[in-house]
Design a protein around this ligand. Sequence first.
Ligand SMILES: [Zn+2]
Length: 533
Amino acid sequence: MSARQVKIYDVTLRDGTQGESISFSIHDKLRIAQKLDELGVHYIEGGWPGSNERDEGFFEEAKKLRLRKSAIAAFGSTRRSGKTCEEDSSVQALLKAETPAVTIVGKSWDFQVKEALRIPLKENIDIIHDSVTYLKKHVDEVFFDAEHFFDGYKRNPKYTIEALSAAKEAGADVIVLCDTNGGTLPWEVEEIVREVGLALGDVELGIHTHNDGEVGVANSLYAVREGVRQIQGTMNGYGERCGNANLCAIIPNLKLKLGIDCIADEELMRLYDVSHFIHELTNLPPLRHMAYVGESAFAHKGGLHVSAVMKNPDTYEHVKPDVVGNHRRVLISDLSGRSNIIYKAKELGIELDSQDKRVNAILNELKKLESEGYEFEGADASFELLIRKALGEYRKPFQLQSVRTLTDKRADDAEPITEATLIVQVDGVVEHTAAEGNGPVHALDQGLRKALEKFYPNLREVRLKDYRVRVLAAKHGTDAVVRVLIESGDGESDWSTVGVSQNIVEASLKALVDSIDYKILKDEARRAAKARG
Ligand SMILES: [Zn+2]
């Protein structure tokens, strides 16, 4: 039995950029297009060439991209009232983009025609017919996005079907049903798509949903079950308001749950990487809770869950993490039991069994640190160091002999300058350094690496990627403490560390030292593995 094919139409570069705090440069957009091509989406909507310079620049540059599978599509609107397509500059901009596919959006809800366009209903039908006919003469594939389709259909089905029929007669390759305001529910989508299929007869349908009811993905899947052949959505669900339907959930659901052919197995394994690559470019905080591609999607915390997952992952996982390129994680917290520790140690290549006394030692140390305010769930690297220390497999790569920070503000309106001076010792050699930064953490990070680079040149690769501080409420008879979480990366992998103290500089320093310790140990372990061959 051959699986039904559904084509994936990505709108991250157009609708996605309309999300709050999301902005991509032309260069970013080109890199994203390449990643989407690696993922194997069928269409990449690059933007609206008639509307702004950045999108125009993208289409110019995109002509030089060598894409393996994806086709670039340009997006625009039906021609304006009172102008021919030849006279309409935004229709002409679509042709100038020279893409193999073009999507044009038109009105299908009578209310929008009357209120937004303020033209007679019949004229809108002519505009749709005209625009599609014109574009079909110049472009291989023309898709018609029926804006506000579901809202329109619920109020005046006859008019929306007239609008769609005009696009069909004019030769549109796919008619895309849009839930522009995102408020339609799955069973409404199911029923309406079925009725449209019957009313329009032989034509390919597409679906474009927004997530205002948190059912963008569900709505897309219901539409596919009713025969829709093109799904539009964005990576990570970026988009206006609550976002568009999230392709990172739609694609695996199609392939793994509905058995529908959309991208290849090897391409699906790239999903996690592509999702995270694009997310990095947004500069937004990490996506933890996303289905399939989130850091937490396969993270197990409860002791019972972990012990079951160790016996058979199917006990608490609906699919295998590696099919989407994600990985299983075991979290460590006061909820964890011996299984979590054993699992973590195993990940580090250390075999412990449940009778091993060292498991108790690690658990006790963990509980003691947690009572001081530590939390290791978001600090894998610090936890690895804790295990290695408890097992006697840790060599301190450097000693901090003295640390001093000084913040100098010379005038009311002057920016303060912070200087850190440090003395470190590595194998008996003492090194003094000073470094400046825009704050104590920045200055310490610079100073520490500057002092140690001579001994550990790979530290040059390390970058501070995220820094978070949380003040923990004071308990009886104690002062409040701060917990600092730091995320670092070296271009190859990312790791996170934690530090706790009543003093924010000290808490930051502990997390920074852990980060550097971890990088040095990681590189040493790799060199040792290489030497063993
Ligand atoms: Zn949209």
